[in-house]
Write a protein that binds this ligand. Structure first.
Ligand SMILES: NC(=O)c1ccc[n+]([C@@H]2O[C@H](COP(=O)([O-])OP(=O)(O)OC[C@H]3O[C@@H](n4cnc5c(N)ncnc54)[C@H](OP(=O)(O)O)[C@@H]3O)[C@@H](O)[C@H]2O)c1
Length: 295
């Protein structure tokens, strides 16, 4: 079996990718600590900011391909911890790119629609980036750095991921469901539009991309878009809770302690639709899949 490295493979998206990948790959995971066990995958504590440790571990495994989902992914934390964020999101991501180049391995790097300022109605792969917060700036810088370090790279841009983790990480479903279960109201922005993708469709797309000929930037998401408020209402109903517990809030005026957000995270997924066998879904079907199809 060929060897796939999943960096950040114990986080939300990485856990699902690693679990699915075991069907066709020998899976190796780098993460900060072995808090979870994915049966059949080999996990190492490797801090991706440590260049020598990364290159040595990659050289030992002799990987065929790598997917990097390790990141500071909390936008407000990134704004307050810019040096740490840059070290992980840019320097760490570039260390993996370098290791891939030495091994002749294809590299899949995870970026975000936060590289855009959100003023346009629709964003295409080739649109210029102009982030409004530090998280987006780190992703925009990394997109260029990783591609320069290893041209055999796909940069995936996603907007918002829906679903349950098999390990841990940054899944908004868990705190949302905790609150709804105990009858607590939750607030979501009415003025942030996103192009969400369910985590299984995302993982299937990525595992297809690892093996095909595509190189460059690719948007993965729904075939339509939705405000974060409307999405949370839809998810609450699909989970079987009262969607009236989801309350609208406006974030047009700056919120103290909250980093600025891009308004329109509407990414066009036409290229992914023409390139991949995995189907991009409308939001409603993605929500259904995210709530019902657990690994
Ligand atoms: N989830 C979304 O809605 C969303 C939307 C747009 C883009 N993205 C991007 O998609 C990717 C995956 O997101 P996610 O939600 O799965 O994130 P996540 O749950 O936070 O997972 C990231 C994983 O990387 C690990 N990691 C962090 N720093 C590391 C380091 N220095 N060395 C090794 N591992 C490290 C984390 O460990 P610790 O927990 O110990 O830090 C965590 O296990 C990220 O690049 C994120 O920016 C996500």
């Amino acid at each position: 079996m060929k060897k796939l490295l999943v960096v950040g493979g114990l986080g939300f998206v990485g856990g699902v990718i690693s679990t699915l990948a075991r069907r066709n790959w020998q899976v190796h995971i780098f993460d900060t600590e072995s808090r979870y066990d994915i049966e059949g995958a080999s996990t190492r504590n490797v801090d991706i900011t440590d260049r020598q440790a990364v290159l040595k571990a990659m050289e030992q495994i002799k990987i065929d391909a790598a997917i990097n989902v390790a990141a500071v992914s909390n936008i407000d934390f990134a704004e307050k911890n810019q040096e740490l964020t840059r070290n992980i999101n840019v320097v760490g991501a570039t260390n993996i790119a370098e290791g891939c180049r030495h091994s002749g391995a294809k590299y899949i790097y995870f970026s975000s629609d936060a590289v855009f300022d959100g003023s346009k109605n629709m964003y295409y792969e080739e649109d210029p980036t102009n982030p409004v917060n530090y998280y987006g700036r780190s992703k925009a810088e990394a997109e260029m750095a990783v591609t320069e370090a290893n041209p055999d790279t796909v940069v995936i841009r996603i907007s918002l991921v829906m679903g349950y983790p098999v390990t841990g990480g940054n899944a908004f479903f868990l705190p949302l469901e905790d609150n709804l279960r105990s009858g607590k109201e939750v607030t979501f922005p009415t003025d942030e539009i996103r192009t969400p993708v369910d985590v299984l469709t995302l993982a299937e797309s990525v595992l297809e991309l690892v093996e095909n000929e595509y190189r460059g930037v690719l948007h993965i998401g729904a075939t339509d878009s939705i405000t974060r408020y409307e999405l949370a209402c839809m998810v609450a109903s699909e989970m079987g809770y009262d969607s009236a517990l989801v309350r609208p809030k406006s974030t047009v005026a700056p919120v103290p302690g909250r980093a600025p957000r891009h308004r329109n995270g509407i990414i066009c997924v036409a290229k992914a639709q023409s390139l991949l066998r995995t189907q991009m879904l409308p939001v409603e079907l993605g929500v259904r899949r995210a709530v019902r199809d657990k690994l």
